[in-house]
Design a protein around this ligand. Sequence first.
Ligand SMILES: *Cc1c(COP(=O)(O)O)cnc(C)c1O
Length: 389
Amino acid sequence: MSAERAEVKSPWRIPLAAIHMGEEEKAAVLEVLESGWLTLGPRTERFERELGAALGTGHVAAVSSGTAALHLAYLALGLGPGDEVIVPSLTFVATANAALACGASVVLADVVGPHDLCIDPEDIEKKITPRTKAIAVVHYAGFPCDMDRIAAIASRHGLAVVEDAAHAPLATWRGQAVGTLGDFGCFSFFSNKNMTTGEGGAVVTRDADRLANVRLLRSHGVTAQTFQRHQGGALSYDVVLPGYNYRIDEIRSALGLVQLKRLAERNERRRRLSRRYQRTLEGVVGLPFAGGSAAHRVGVCHIMPVILPSGTDRDEVRRNLHGRGIQTSVHYPPIHSLSFHRASDRIRTAGLPKVDDLAARELTLPLYPEMSEADVDEVCAGLRAALGR
Ligand SMILES: *Cc1c(COP(=O)(O)O)cnc(C)c1O
């Protein structure tokens, strides 16, 4: 077997996450390779249509990553120097960095509490200033934020809402897919997400003009795409704004089309495994989103976060579990703990007491659709043993 063909094998008995690529994905990629066209083209357009249909919207632009999606959403809102965006401190750093890349400032907000690690609407309202332009919310672990309260705050203060839905494809709030509720929704198809194209993302917006703007920004601000010129539809092009290259390509879109077909079923499997964790670990550790999904708030269980008892040595627990072949992680080191962001004068880090406590005790356990019930039980038994409970 050549080095190129060697699989990347996991050293873990039970890894934190696992990707699943089947025969259909392989065939879809091969078809692209043989088609004579690799970058953004007809498969991407189909991927955008089908993703839109799954989310209940017609306005989707597929892009190169979730970070690109966030950057494009903030750019399309016109955010720049002097503007403030309220961002949860408990998120992946990209939610904040994309705003910094526009020249805007970031005001960090706290989480709701141990039962809900999403951004706290009450704290959002406290942190609004005359410079605030937008609220970025993250549907943490795949559980929708309280979009009623967030929409009410946004409309009261005239603010835009950007949903970072990287954890939450097909999660719903009152029956509507998250990512379609705010001004912009941003999805990621990075390798560890609920559906993946390796790297990839999507921007969703309700507004056709805004979508046209995102499409321009995605590809150098040019008026005629390479594919249209290839098809003989346009002889030349003009550039109407300074854009980027945030295009996805046909290989990834082909993967996305197959992964999308499996997404609902795989999300359901995640919910089932997550409920088993919740039942087994009740009284042992704190369980954010305990009880799982309610009718008005259906989560997609991207990760399995638990809150360790106060005073627990988290690193010791993690080493113990790693010794048993069980991989763990932490979601996330809060943004205000990161060296650059702590020191930056464009980040406001005041008043984050709940995230300070909870992020220090958060532990993420393995969760992926191919896990068996026995795997979940083994992780729970390992965690009990590591905690001496
Ligand atoms: C993964 C992720 C991103 C970034 O997505 P990429 O596709 O890796 O750029 C942004 N926000 C959150 C919450 C994420 O989990």
